[in-house]
Design a protein around this ligand. Structure first.
Ligand code: ADP
Ligand code: ASP
Ligand code: MG
Length: 417
């Protein structure tokens, strides 16, 4: 007997027929004698609709009320799955975050889980009950519902798996694993049998939305054996109930991966904007004077490029922010024009960031040069570059995103291995 947490994403619970299919996956594990807890997302498109309504009601809304609205999607699917399971003869009960409770901090809309009462769920296992838990939500210190940021049900699932010391956390989604790049963009992308925590962290934070970044962090810290697998597979196909090696991608320690490639995957993030401050006085403290106030305004600055000025007196400062934050950033910079001291500020939206990720880069030279040449051969202009030990990120014009992803995917042979 094992203890398994199963998470089902939005497309997996998009309608009643799919919820029935999900229930069959759950029943398979229950019938095999395992202790099972389930985490569900809202039906596909539901959270977007709810978010849209809060914006329509007021563009500048109270984050606590945003949470009250957007957390409701998961409540519906938890109840529907519990009803469906009961109808199949499985002892199931739905639970919302506050009932367990899943305690979070006060950052409404992007809350972090602080604590989960594992004993509550372990008691349910003892009763032979399948707890069907609404993902994406918990309860804050203000006693109000808090949501965990978009894609947050992944994090609910991994955190619950850690709290009950589950043997496995299965993230069921609409693809059958983690691929070398988004299979929607590159049909030649290949499924990875395993990917290291570190690489998955980079893939997720650089745009691959198959797992929320925080869920990977938690899996890494708490050593949760996490698989990404498909809910569309036939629940009763051979091998589906394999305890140690179910079909899908295992997120694991780098040591567990025998054949490590130099490059593991390509990720992309659309909707980046570039902001340039021209002729900024080149003196100590100028970067702090620009990026401090932007951080205080909760604007996530990503890539930063500072040119060395010819005369040593002035510099150009270029950086990227999410497109949605441009207006807010420009307002902050306008307010600080006198204290920073710059000539003009220019901004351009519609950029994309494509990234090459691989632990093998640590020990291989020339990986970046290969990317630059491949993009140049396709006449794709590079606007900014950042690198770390295991990734290279390149800012390009948005319309070239797909071409750049496919080009990089093929130049590192990811479609062939
Ligand atoms: P869910 O609703 O189940 O949480 P998401 O839409 O959040 O599913 O994530 C799954 C999607 O992630 C896939 O449909 C796929 O298009 C996208 N994706 C992006 N990069 C990758 C990748 N490297 N491997 C697999 N899927 C990826
Ligand atoms: N329903 C939430 C969202 O769409 C959480 C999730 O699906 O993980 O962001
Ligand atoms: Mg998701």
């Amino acid at each position: 007997m094992a203890r398994i947490v199963m998470k089902f994403g939005g497309t997996s619970v998009a309608d009643i027929a799919r919820i029935r299919n999900v229930a069959r996956h759950v029943k398979r594990e229950v019938d095999a004698g395992h202790e099972v807890a389930v985490v569900v997302s809202a039906m596909a498109g539901k959270t977007n609709e709810l978010v849209g309504w809060t914006r329509e009601a007021s563009p500048m809304h109270d984050a606590r009320e945003y949470d009250a609205v957007v957390a409701s999607g998961e409540q519906v699917t938890a109840g529907l799955l519990a009803i469906t399971l009961q109808n199949m003869g499985v002892h199931a009960r739905s639970w919302q975050g506050w009932q367990i409770p899943i305690k979070t901090d006060n950052a409404h809309g992007a809350a972090r889980i602080l604590d989960i009462d594992g004993a509550f769920l372990i008691k349910r296992f003892g009763e032979g009950q399948v707890a069907v838990i609404a993902g994406f939500q918990g309860i804050g210190p203000d006693n109000r519902i808090a949501t965990l940021g978009r894609g947050g049900s992944d994090t609910s699932a991994v955190a619950i798996a850690a709290a009950v010391k589950a043997d496995r956390c299965d993230i069921y989604t609409d693809v059958d694993g983690v691929y070398t790049t988004d299979p929607r963009i590159e049909p030649k992308a290949r499924r990875l049998a395993k990917i290291s925590f570190e690489e998955m962290l980079e893939m997720a934070s650089l745009g691959a939305k198959v797992l929320q970044v925080r869920s990977v962090e938690l899996a890494m810290v708490h050593r949760v054996r996490t698989f990404v697998r498909s809910s569309f597979d036939d629940p009763d196909a051979p091998g589906m109930g394999d305890l140690l090696n179910p079909p899908g991608t295992l997120i694991c320690d780098e040591e567990e991966i025998v054949e490590q490639q130099v490059v593991t995957g390509i990720a992309y993030a659309k909707d980046e904007a570039q902001i340039s401050l021209r002729r900024v006085g080149d003196r100590p403290g100028v970067a702090a004077g620009i990026f401090g106030p932007l951080a205080e305004a909760n604007i996530n600055v990503d890539m930063i490029v500072q040119n060395i000025s010819e005369d040593g007196k002035f510099t150009d400062m270029t950086f990227t922010v999410p497109s949605g934050d441009v207006d807010k950033a420009l307002a902050v910079l306008e307010r600080l024009k006198a204290s920073i001291g710059y000539d003009v500020v220019q901004s351009e939206a519609g950029m994309s960031k494509v990234s090459v990720i691989g632990i093998g880069m640590r020990s291989h030279a020339g990986v970046a040069a290969t990317a630059f040449k491949a993009l140049a051969d396709r006449s794709i202009n590079i606007r900014a570059i950042t690198t770390s030990e295991i990734k290279i990120s390149i800012l390009i014009d948005g319309p070239y995103t797909e071409l750049a992803v496919r080009t990089l995917h093929s130049v590192y042979g990811l479609d062939k291995q």
